[in-house]
Design a protein around this ligand. Structure first.
Ligand code: CP
Length: 319
């Protein structure tokens, strides 16, 4: 990776995306046996700086750092001096004074990670773990890693794969990062959503647009269902939850329309019964828990490449 930070998929070339995915695969291979930990980041300190709630991203970054033997400081805005008015600058500098060398930040403001990286407030590497409605680059990387595992014939290139991203595109940093990454790898991406849940200017994105899930289902190799982000909705974006589920939910009936080898994805957390039925989430075609497991590997690769080294480790460094 040429940049000291990971802020956006736009920071990465196709070669760098493949470098991260290959490193994650190699890390999976060498930690697959009984030896789970690598000494690569021993004595180094990583901070999880989370101003928004998270289960998967925060815990998987923590697991990733620990598997590389780094020390981890977890900061959650809830219960911190942020409630007393402490700024992002002072919070980050305080954590760096405690030894932070890499800061993983999640924030409700789009651009917060970039601001921290470009401000000069801290010298740490910065990793964007989700900034407002902007980007979630490590989610897109773990999604690509998961897709690649299921379509090994597309190991270096996703040309020929058609991937549907369905639902609340408007509020989704996952959709934006995936659109950038999957198209960079050559996939065709189709956003499938009601017009009210598509962002202004979406026609300039490198994606197809559809308003009809049923028309698309049989054409897709992967269907990525997005969470309806009610907490970001101040207005009504659809008439009722029942109508949303009927038109844009991956209900049990729609499972039958999928190609047999198509995979069902969801970044989590899921609203079961709204954007995805329990039967779909738990079906044999669902790879949702694989996505979670792959998140640890991909985040290990990101930490390793930003802090550790330039080449993939070998068995010789296992502890
Ligand atoms: N996919 C994702 O970002 O999940 P969390 O909000 O639980 O981290």
């Amino acid at each position: 990776m040429h940049s000291p930070h990971l802020l956006s998929i736009n920071d990465l070339s196709k070669v760098e995306i493949l470098e991260i995915l290959d490193t994650a695969r190699e890390l999976a291979r060498i930690t697959d046996g009984s030896m789970k930990k690598l000494p690569t980041l021993r004595g180094r300190t990583v901070v999880n700086l989370f101003f928004e709630d998270s289960t998967r991203t925060r815990l998987s970054f923590e697991a990733a750092a620990k598997r590389l033997s780094a020390d981890v400081i977890n900061f959650s805005a809830k219960g911190s001096s942020v409630s007393k008015g402490e700024s992002l600058k002072d919070t980050a500098q305080t954590l760096e004074a405690m030894g932070a060398e890499l800061i993983i930040i999640r924030h409700s403001s789009s651009g917060a990670a970039q601001r921290l990286a470009e401000s000069g407030w801290v010298k740490s590497h910065i990793v964007n773990a989700g900034d407002g409605m902007h980007e979630h680059p490590t989610q897109a990387l773990l999604d690509a890693f998961t897709i690649r595992n299921h379509f090994p014939e597309h190991d270096r290139d996703f040309t020929g794969l058609r991937i549907g991203i369905v639902g609340d595109i408007l509020h989704s940093r996952v959709a934006r990062s995936n659109a950038l990454l999957l198209t960079a790898l050559g996939a065709k991406v189709v956003f499938i959503a009601p017009p009210t849940l598509l962002p202004v200017g979406v026609e300039k994105w490198p994606v197809e647009i559809s308003y009809n899930l049923d028309q698309e289902l049989s054409t897709l190799d992967a269907v990525m269902m997005l969470r309806v982000q009610s907490e970001r909705m101040s207005d009504a974006f659809f008439p009722t939850e029942r109508e949303y589920a009927r038109d844009f939910g991956l209900g049990t009936q729609r499972l039958k329309a999928l190609k047999p080898q198509a995979i069902i994805m969801h970044p989590g957390p899921m609203n079961r019964g709204l954007e995805i039925s329990a039967a779909s989430a738990d079906s044999p075609q669902s790879v949702i828990l694989e996505q979670v497991a792959n998140g640890v590997l991909v985040r290990m690769a990101v930490l390793y490449l930003l802090m550790g080294g330039a080449s993939v480790p070998t068995e010789g460094v296992l502890v």
